[in-house]
Design a protein around this ligand. Structure first.
Ligand code: AMP
Length: 218
């Protein structure tokens, strides 16, 4: 049995057509189901639907052989004990810092004291710590699990680090994107032991997925 862990949400929406092109069809409609494990048209392939960070945990423990996860999760959680196989080119977005329009004005006019510590709210604590250290900015990082946009509005933080796609979420909350941190897309990752023990089966699957990716980008 091959177990593939998928990240729910936007990534899942982009992953299913790729899997379909690679010949893997879930037995029921994942989008409208509350189940977390799905049989497929291939008797020896099943799918799990999880949060990105849990996808990595399942793969590290070998409970899932392979999975699809955002590069943001790999940057935050590290890619130790697993193989990052290739870029699927889906769920593209950017990791950015963002702040209120008023702060943007102050930055433009160089009116912010360069020595002062700033407060940054994010779910990407490790990425933010690395990024601000590289910039030579002293930042106190505040961990949030969602709704980062609210933090500057409520005065919890000066800036946020979050994923930006169209920028509409930021705009709707009176924020604007500030500094670019990284381009993000989803990656195919695999458990190291599975790649040895189930080599032939996984090679067959990854070849089919790679072909679907190049077909999609053609
Ligand atoms: P947008 O309003 O299009 O900039 O989307 C921003 C929000 O959607 C962010 O707060 C993210 O949580 C989420 N989002 C956008 N693109 C992605 C993606 N590729 N993967 C995961 N979440 C995303």
């Amino acid at each position: 049995m091959i177990t593939i862990a998928l990240t729910k949400g936007r990534i899942l929406k982009d992953t299913l057509p790729l899997l379909s092109a690679a010949g893997i069809e879930p037995e029921e409609d994942i989008a409208s189901s509350r189940k977390l494990v799905f049989a497929t048209n291939q008797a020896d392939v099943r799918l799990l639907v999880l949060r990105g960070v849990d996808v990595l945990t399942y793969i590290r423990h070998g409970t899932a052989d392979m999975g699809v996860v955002g590069k943001d999760m790999l940057m935050e959680d590290g890619a130790s004990q697993l193989y990052e196989l290739f870029d699927l080119g889906i769920a593209r977005c950017r990791l950015m810092t963002a702040y209120k329009k008023e702060r943007a004005q102050l930055v433009k006019q160089s009116k912010l004291a360069s020595q002062s510590r700033i407060k940054v709210a994010t779910k990407y604590v490790n990425i933010a710590q690395r990024y601000y250290a590289e910039q030579g900015v002293q930042a106190d990082i505040i961990k949030l699990y969602g709704g980062m946009e609210l933090a500057p509005i409520m005065g919890l933080a000066d800036e946020i680090v979050d994923i930006v796609d169209t920028g509409k979420t930021l705009l709707a909350n009176g924020l604007e994107p500030a500094n670019f941190i990284a381009d993000i897309s989803s990656r195919l990752v695999a458990n190291k032991a599975s790649m040895k023990v189930k080599h032939a089966e996984l090679k067959h699957l990854t070849d089919a997925i790679a072909a679907a990716v190049s077909q999609q980008s053609a």
